[in-house]
Design a protein around this ligand. Structure first.
Ligand code: ASP
Ligand code: MG
Length: 451
C-alpha cells in the first residue's frame, strides 16, 4: 500500500486532476490510497467568504460563493463529460454551495465567527474535491471510492488546529479504508478535514493535507507516502538565490526539519513526522513532471557533510555582556526567561564565559527584551544581519566542510557562529547584504565544483 497526496495545485482543474488519474493509474499494483487537497486556492476563498459574511458584506460573500460553485461545476462537468454520474455529482456540489449560502446568511446575522464554524466552511473544499476526483477516476474506468474524511480522521475539538487521535484513526482506517483496498478499489479521501467526537467537523490547520496523508500512511503501515506538489522536490538551495540549485534525492528527516526552519516551503516536516517515525519513507514528487526522481525523506539516510545551503535575511542580533555570568548557575535560564516573557523566539545562540549573543527573527517586542536584559549587563542590538547555514548531518564528522565553508565565506565579517554538537548545521551570522553572495559562494564550493 502507498499513500499519495495531491496538493491544491495538483488538483486545481480538470487537466490537473487528469494527471492525477494518469499517475495513480500507473501505480494500481501498489494499492494506492489517494489524499487530495481542495482545488487550488479554494480554502482561502472559503475562509474569505465566512469573514466577509460575518463582517456584514453578505452580497460579496454570496457572489464569491457563486463563483466558487461555478468553478467546481465547470471542472466537474469537464471531467465527467458523458458520465452517468455527472448529474448526481453536480447536484451534490450545488447542494454544498446552497448550504454555504445559508451559513453565510447566518454569519451575517450573528456578526461573528467561531473556530467551529470556520472549520465547517473550510472543510467544504476537501469534501468536494474528494467526491469530484473519485467520480473522475470511475469515469476513466478506475474503481475510485470516495471516503468521507470525517469517518477516518478522528480528532479532538481544538477547532482550526485539531489534534489527531491516532488510536481512533488506526481503528477507523481499518474499518473504512482497508476494505476498499482489499477489494481492489482505490480509496480517495480529502485531506485537512477531520471530526471531533459527535462527528463535528474539524480541520487539522492550514496545509493540513500533508498531515492527513502521514496519519493515514502510519495507520495502514503504508510502504511509502508520496507528496505530489508543483516542484521537483527539495533543492540544495533556494533557486531564486542560487540558480544552479540541484535536486536533493535523499535527505534525513532532521535535515529537512532544519531546512524548513529557514523557510523551505515544500512541506513542513512536522506534518510528516507520524509516518517518518514509523519508518515509512516520504517522497516529494512534481505532478507536472511525474517522471522526475523526486526527493526521499527518511529518518535515516547516509550522513553527508553538506546536504544543502540555507539562508535567512533581516535578522537582529542581541548581545549581552555580563561579568555576573561568570560561574553563575541558572544565568542562561534567567536570560532566556526574558525572551520567553516577551514572546520573542530565539534562533541562533552563541555564548562565551562573559557574553551571550542570540538572533531573533521578529523584533516587535525587542524594546521590552532589551530593557529587561539591561539588568544583567551591557546590551547591544545589531540590525541588518543575516544568517547562512550549511546543513548536513555529517557536518562535524571531521570532514573539511567547516574549513571549506569559512574559506568560501571569504573576508566577510562573521558576527556569530554556531555548530551544534549533533552536527546538523553550521550557522554563520553575517551582514544582511552578504547573505546572497555568501550563499552563492557556499553553493559553488559544495555543489558546483567538479568532483
Ligand atoms: N486546503 C487546505 C489549505 O489550503 C489544506 C491543504 O491543502 O493542505 O490549507
Ligand atoms: Mg500544501
Amino acid at each position: 500500500m502507498i499513500v499519495a497526496k495531491f496538493g491544491g495545485t495538483s488538483v486545481q482543474d480538470a487537466d490537473a486532476i487528469g494527471r492525477v488519474i494518469d499517475i495513480i493509474g500507473d501505480k494500481r499494483a501498489r494499492q494506492p490510497i489517494v489524499i487530495v487537497s481542495a482545488l487550488g486556492g479554494a480554502t482561502n476563498v472559503l475562509l474569505e467568504i465566512a469573514h466577509k459574511a460575518a463582517g456584514g458584506e453578505l452580497l460579496i460573500a454570496l457572489h464569491m460563493i457563486e463563483q466558487l460553485r461555478d468553478r467546481h461545476l465547470r471542472e466537474a462537468n469537464t471531467l465527467l463529460q458523458g458520465s452517468s454520474e455527472r448529474e448526481e455529482i453536480a447536484a451534490e456540489v450545488s447542494a454544498s454551495f446552497d448550504e454555504l449560502a445559508h451559513l453565510a446568511e447566518a454569519f451575517r446575522t450573528l456578526g461573528y465567527l467561531t473556530p467551529r464554524s470556520l472549520d465547517t466552511v473550510a472543510a467544504v473544499g476537501e469534501l468536494l474535491s474528494a467526491q469530484i476526483v473519485a467520480a473522475a477516476f470511475r469515469h476513466r474506468g478506475l474503481p475510485g471510492v470516495c471516503i468521507d474524511a470525517r469517518d477516518v480522521m478522528r480528532t479532538n475539538d481544538f477547532f482550526t488546529r485539531a489534534e489527531p487521535d491516532t488510536d481512533e484513526i488506526d481503528r477507523a482506517a481499518r474499518e473504512f479504508i482497508l476494505p476498499v483496498i482489499e477489494r481492489g478499489s482505490i480509496a480517495i479521501m480529502g485531506g485537512f478535514v477531520g471530526s471531533a467526537p459527535g462527528r463535528v467537523t474539524t480541520t487539522l490547520g492550514r496545509g493540513g493535507s500533508d498531515y492527513s496523508a502521514s496519519l493515514v500512511g502510519a495507520a495502514v503501515a503504508a510502504e511509502a507516502i508520496e507528496i505530489w506538489t508543483d516542484v521537483d522536490g527539495m533543492l540544495t538551495a533556494d533557486p531564486r538565490i542560487v540558480p544552479k540549485a540541484q535536486l536533493i534525492e535523499r535527505i534525513r528527516f532532521d535535515e529537512a526539519a532544519e531546512l524548513a526552519s529557514f523557510g523551505a516551503k515544500v512541506l513542513h516536516p512536522s506534518t510528516i513526522a507520524p509516518a517518518v517515525q514509523r519508518g515509512i519513507p516520504v517522497y516529494v514528487f512534481n505532478s507536472r513532471n511525474p517522471s522526475g526522481r523526486g526527493t526521499m525523506i527518511a529518518f535515516e539516510a547516509p550522513r553527508m557533510a553538506v546536504r544543502a545551503i540555507a539562508g535567512k535575511r533581516n535578522t537582529t542580533v542581541v548581545k549581552l555582556r555580563s561579568a555576573r555570568m561568570l560561574l553563575a548557575p541558572g544565568f542562561l535560564r534567567r536570560v532566556f526567561e526574558v525572551f520567553e516573557t516577551h514572546r520573542t523566539s530565539v534562533d541562533v545562540v552563541a555564548t562565551s564565559e562573559v557574553s551571550i549573543s542570540v538572533t531573533v527573527d521578529d523584533p516587535s517586542n525587542l524594546d521590552a527584551v532589551v530593557a529587561d536584559l539591561m539588568e544583567f549587563g551591557d546590551v547591544a542590538v545589531e540590525r541588518q544581519r543575516g544568517i547562512v547555514a550549511i546543513v548536513g548531518a555529517g557536518i562535524a564528522d571531521g570532514s573539511r566542510a567547516i574549513a571549506d565553508a569559512i574559506a568560501a565565506i571569504g573576508a566577510v565579517p562573521i558576527h556569530m557562529a554556531s555548530l551544534s554538537a549533533t552536527g546538523i548545521n553550521f550557522t554563520l551570522v553575517i551582514d544582511d547584504e552578504q547573505v546572497v553572495p555568501a550563499m552563492q559562494r557556499l553553493h559553488r564550493t559544495f555543489f558546483e565544483s567538479a568532483a
